[in-house]
Design a protein around this ligand. Structure first.
Ligand code: COA
Length: 199
């Protein structure tokens, strides 16, 4: 896993990565290019050549043969995680500014059960639940290829273990692979970071 501040890395993009940002605004170009730059650093750490990582139809990164991985970025920070596909079936990572999930968003991003369990005083928990679902989606979507709505997954947090499980409650059977995964989280500065792996 490699992390860095978002910067102008557009000159390091490879030709078949560029269509993804052909009409993008400056902020998006910087975030996308930093993610690709970090992903190549992560490939290098695994002893792999600096391959292109184009984007698929659902915007998922298309990793070189033999690898799986995930990318996340905010305006300030980017992280890329890469592993050999012999080590893990899939991985998803997500970084969020922790207070981004304001009360007006709860009903859309959290299930009624999750809303009921929210402690009144802690504004960081909705951010964690949201981030956990996004990390889970990033791990499951490349395997299954089907969109998952925020009402179709529930997060069970183990606070002592700093980890979580995801329960898929929707109708598309292959998405139940989500239940085989394991999530981990940490809070730092103004962020929550989540990692979801499927072995
Ligand atoms: C795709 C999504 C998860 C991205 O999250 P985000 O907070 O907007 O942005 P992040 O910076 O954390 O992540 C963006 C990166 O995710 C990756 N990504 C995007 N779509 C993806 C997908 N379908 N599968 C895997 N990774 C994906 C990309 O690498 C992208 O960066 P890039 O376009 O520069 O390559 C989000 O926009 C989305 O569509 N969510 C709806 C589905 C969902 O999360 N459901 C939860 C229920 S389980």
């Amino acid at each position: 896993m490699v992390a860095a501040l978002v910067d102008d890395h557009r000159d390091k993009l490879l030709p078949n990565e560029q269509p993804a940002i052909a009409r993008a605004v400056e902020k998006r170009v910087r975030e996308f290019a930093t993610g690709r730059h970090l992903a190549r650093r992560a490939l290098e750490l695994l002893g792999l050549p600096p391959a292109a990582i184009p984007s698929g139809q659902a915007r998922e990164p298309l990793w070189p043969t033999g690898c799986i991985g995930s990318i996340t970025h905010t305006e300030e920070l980017a992280i890329a995680a890469v592993a050999a596909d012999s080590a893990l079936r899939s991985v998803g990572i997500d970084l969020e500014v922790v207070d981004r999930v304001t009360p007006e968003l709860h009903a859309r991003l959290l299930t009624p059960r999750e809303c009921d369990l929210l402690p009144d005083a802690d504004p960081s928990i909705p951010g964690l639940l949201f981030s956990a679902k996004e990390a889970g989606y990033k791990a499951v979507n490349p395997l299954v290829g089907q969109f998952i709505g925020f009402q179709e997954a529930e997060v069970d947090v183990d606070w002592a273990g700093r980890c979580f499980k995801l329960r898929y409650t929707g109708e598309h059977e292959p998405n139940r692979v989500m239940q085989q995964g394991q999530g981990f989280f940490c809070f730092f500065e103004r962020y929550v970071f989540t990692l979801f792996i499927i072995r």
